[in-house]
Design a binder for this molecule. Sequence first.
Ligand code: MLC
Ligand code: AMP
Length: 521
Amino acid sequence: MKTQSVSPPGNGNLYEALRAAFPSALDAIAVETEDGLCYSWHDLERASAMLANLLQSLNLPAGARIAAQVDKSVEAMLLYLATLRAGFVYLPLNVAYQSTEIAYFIGNAEPAVVVCTGKNFGWVSKIAFSAGTQSVFTLNSDRTGSLLERAAHCSDQQRPAKCQADDLAAIIYTSGTTGRSKGAMLTHGNLLSNAQVLKEYWGWRSQGEGADVLIHALPIFHVHGLFVAIHGALLSGSKMLWLSKFDPKWVIERLPRATVFMGVPTLYVRMLAEPELNRATTRQMRLFIAGSAPLLIETFSQWQHRTGHTILERYGMSETVMLTSNPYFGDPALRRGGTVGLPLPGVSLRVRDEQGQPLPVGQIGGIEVKGANVFKGYWRMPEKTAEDFTVDGYFRTGDVGKIDEQGYVSIVGRSKDLIISGGYNVYPAEIEGYINEMPGVAESAVVGAADADFGEVGVAVVIAKPGAVLSPSAIIAGLKSMLANFKIPKRCYVVEELPRNAMGKVQKNVLRAQYGSDPAP
Ligand code: MLC
Ligand code: AMP
């Protein structure tokens, strides 16, 4: 659906462009893990070649999907790079997903290869083989498992597959407002164009004295950790201090050796709770970037006060990678808290009313975007794809916002019924579907409530069938057995009735007002 595309240099493969930016000193450290393991640039090149050769030896069809549900590790990143090199399509899956969720993703994407942790092999391989997957490998965070065992027999030389800018590089599943998740198809051209823009916009410093060092503390199964962070570092030949999970103390310990940090707002809130976060520990840092969820103005201001640094907030989504950013260059005062900054170069962003008519400066409406970064469409959902694009090729983000006189964009809400909790998206419709299936439940509504740690959390409000007795804790326990842990409502109330409007529609705004603060009535 997009109108522009950027051809990666070389043979068109995104990996080629990333590889071209590696420093000339290939023996220098590219990644250092929390347990002191170091990977040189040469290691990244060789190990991803071996994995790419393994994938290519499997005689997979063109466009084959390589799905991975593994703990965060450098090897998991290498599997992503190998998939690019081999010309296949990477499909990362959150480790928190449980069997029903995984069965849906595998059934929908039909991956030729699935990589999972050894402890999940039993149930994941059963789902995968029955969906027609050809090979299931294991990969554990201690670098054991059949994937690396098999790759060890492959050559460490590999020529990246030739690609067109429009060829798929990855599918990122993002939940649907009315139920099932949709796979956003991102191309080599989408990812490279966005990475190149961000390299300039955020002033990534390459190689030599003063080269950037990124603290990588985010999961690598979503856009933020996988693309924005990893591409940023690789495309500027910058070292990564790699954390297998976020721990505020681990990050603060590493700040004096780093220059760039990226996080969702929860990470900033948790770091602010540590007394060691101060001007001295952050002196070396050049840039703190926040996104994936709204950064509260209090967090923005407290960070400024405590560290002297002004957080740069940006806005993006799975379908588009990054769309807007506060400015990096110039006076830090140009980074305005409460806004997500200006459209990035190459991104056209506009605000429209419900009839699709342009709105003047400062008026609130739906945000629509166009650019080389905008995805190709939803995997096997042509109707949904068509529905989400305007006739002149703009993608309807589902976010509601406004643009001021200086061009700064503020997000004020969402037209999609979505909760963003700690940077993860939770779709109320999905959770309500599961609750409504439970015995004795007549109806339910899930709404977002403000939360000091996660920004927003889900709260379930449930009505029992006549004569049935429901226990909130049993409802929560039932959900825990079926869904990823971050989707579980933090509170549940069983009530007599749900507020409705004249059309009979549940008034979620009334529920949010009633149950949106803790403790609820
Ligand atoms: C964990 N828990 C959550 C949660 N994360 N609850 C709600 N929301 C979340 N995000 C709960 C678990 O269910 C569990 O509950 C308890 O917290 C401890 O789990 P944990 O796994 O040990 O949590 P922790 O390691 O503390 O993780 C918190 C976190 C993590 C904030 C570090 O959620 C995280 O990494 N978030 C980043 C998400 C991200 O990268 N988003 C980018 C999307 S890309 P219990 O009851 O089971 O004990 C995107 C586009 C863009 O949005 O613009 O970037
Ligand atoms: P995802 O589907 O996980 O890619 O989430 C994308 C959504 O996250 C966007 O559509 C926005 O609603 C939200 N988002 C991302 N960055 C920001 C931000 N800086 N401020 C507010 N919301 C954001």
